[in-house]
Write a protein that binds this ligand. Sequence first.
Ligand code: NDP
Ligand code: GDR
Length: 326
Amino acid sequence: MPSALITGITGQDGRFLAELLHSKGYKVYGLLKGQNNPKTALLRDEHPYVELVHGDLCDLPSLISAVETVRPDEVYNLGAISFVAMSFNQAELTANVTGLGVLRLLEAIRIVGGSQNNPIRFYQASSSEMFGKVRETPQTELTPFHPRSPYGCAKVFGHDITVNYRESYGLYACSGILFNHESERRGLEFVTRKVTNAAARIKLGLQEELVLGDLEPRRDWGYAGDYVKAMWLMLQQDQPDDYVVATGETYQVREFVRLAFEAAGIDDWQRYVRQDPKFLRPAEVDLLVGDATKAQTKLGWRREVSFPELVKKMVDNDLAIESVGR
Ligand code: NDP
Ligand code: GDR
């Protein structure tokens, strides 16, 4: 039975990846942070097959201990401070967890090692935020980086150190440069879920308005369930490599808002949406759209959920959740 250790197990992607690996017959371990993590109950309820090991990306001994105890075939590093807006206020913490955390985990893997015939395979959750102020459109594996936030800077370090450990120590280490992916499990701090949740609550008369920041930025939004398949595929190849994972389509935030309100049965979304400068970022990423040709041709990866389907899935889920107990 193959085994995998997932950091960020309580996050959106960790939960989808745990499901995928479990369905493929893996023994799944999850790295859990904190002495009384509030998401533990949800995880035990939703994914009882996941065995939890305690550790923190800021604590090398805990990572060595986790890798030594589990001795996984594959390690997926999904743990991070992942909210771009927060990274401006907590830049040092973001650099530590999202950036140096990658180095610590790679070191733990290098120190513990795997068997010679079966070295531990490593996946790093890199991000389209590394492209930032984009140098070309669409963005590929060869597009230069120009991050626009402490989060983006930390991810560039994580990406570079992953490539460096592959080249220096021959580790099987891959970096997946994933563009935005969303789902019913997306945190409420991210714009898509904030919008779908508000559209549902406004429809049900539970909320009066939705306050947002910049409505102009464009993002390449896919479905998280599709994207974790690409992570797994990257670790099944003969040679480790880096891949862009994206839909190749881009939409403005305002288009997401319009579609979400329509899916909730509200045609005049402008009536309910107000903008507040407090949600603006010191530097914005205006346009992201990825070219996933390499992932499609080498991994055989395809996205299955379209943009309108994604928006509808999220709105339907929020309508169902918010209807309970009304
Ligand atoms: P989430 O924000 O949903 O999850 C982040 C996870 O990181 C949580 O499980 C959190 O644990 C964990 N974490 C935070 N700090 C630490 C720490 N010090 N030690 C160990 N774990 C920690 O993110 P997503 O699931 O959306 O994303 C997964 C990864 O992919 C992240 O690295 C993100 O940056 C990256 N990414 C995401 C994209 C997206 O669109 N979703 C696109 C590109 C990259 P807890 O909450 O329990 O403290
Ligand atoms: P992003 O996602 O920064 O792309 O990072 P987010 O949903 O936070 O923002 C997307 C765009 O929407 C604009 N925006 C708002 N964003 C939030 N959160 N709240 C608002 O009220 C609001 N109003 C407008 C933002 O300015 C931005 O332009 C996500 C994260 O998952 C990262 O971890 C990941 O690496 C990237 O996607 C790819």
